[in-house]
Design a binder for this molecule. Structure first.
Ligand code: PEP
Length: 264
């Protein structure tokens, strides 16, 4: 399926710093079996997992060997391509492991690792250099929401993240209100739509109307199988970035099977 605007829905699972490579293999196997048992149509919704770096090779091997309908990516990358950057992981290495995507600017990196808009932008450009699709996370804290209102911070972060990106470059933007991540508090679908539309406007300013129309915008923040349908009904929400619930294969599969809840 596609959204009314022709964008393929995208459900992404951010495992964060959970699951070693053996546990990661078990989760991917259970997820794939659950989707298969449920008769999941692999063309209908794109599903991606974002394991820790140390799991990626194992996840790649399993997905390739069993031809599972799953994409995968990393949770971060270095802004540099190679050299004396101890502990960093180059986009080149991620591309060599078959990653399609890479998360950039997750709030846990912005707040826990001091990642500024400039660092996020440098990482976006690094991802693009290596043919990875950046999944750029934007979102406001509760204090920023009170001070600046809805949309201002995510729009500013989107503009900053896309500086220097050439039109025609595929990107995904995930709107994740910081106050909703891992808290059980969820934005309303109407708020997600309002911010999604504003982000699309920012993409249009930087990359043009065609790219804005093609760009998938996700909502993230305490998404579950029981609340995904409300978000997916919104014209400017094309999927979800899922944290905690992506660690439960049955729950994550339930989120990916949202078209059933929509009756489409
Ligand atoms: C996330 O980590 O990006 C996230 C949205 O987490 P959760 O679904 O647990 O709120």
């Amino acid at each position: 399926m596609t959204t009314d605007a022709g964008r393929r829905p995208f459900i992404a699972g951010n495992w964060k710093m959970n699951l070693d490579h053996l546990q990661g293999i078990a989760l991917v196997q259970k997820l794939a079996w659950t989707l298969k048992d449920a008769g999941f149509d692999r063309g209908s919704v794109e599903i991606a997992v974002f394991p820790p770096f140390t799991d990626i090779r194992s996840v790649q091997t399993l997905i390739d060997a069993d031809d599972h309908a799953l994409a995968y990516g990393a949770q971060d990358l270095s802004p540099h391509d190679s050299g004396a950057y101890t502990g960093d992981v180059s986009g080149q290495f991620l591309a060599a492991l078959g990653c399609t995507y890479v998360l950039i600017g997750h709030s846990e990196r912005r707040t826990g690792h001091g990642e500024t808009d400039e660092v996020v932008n440098a990482k976006v450009l690094a991802a693009v250099r290596h043919g990875l699709v950046p999944v750029i996370c934007v979102g406001e804290t509760e204090a920023e929401l009170e001070e600046h209102g809805t949309s201002a911070v995510p729009v500013a972060q989107t503009r900053a993240a896309l500086a220097g990106v050439a039109p025609g470059t595929p990107v995904v933007i995930a709107y994740e209100p910081v106050w909703a991540i891992g808290t059980g508090k969820v934005a309303t679908p109407e708020t997600a739509q309002q911010v999604g539309a504003a982000i699309r406007g920012a993409v249009q300013e930087v990359l043009g109307a065609d790219d804005a129309a093609a760009t998938r915008i996700l909502y993230g923040g305490s998404v579950k199988s029981g609340n995904i349908a409300g978000f997916m009904r919104q014209p400017d929400v094309d999927g979800a970035l899922v944290g905690g619930a992506s660690l439960d294969p049955a729950e994550f599969a339930g989120i990916a099977r949202f078209p059933q809840h929509l009756g489409v």
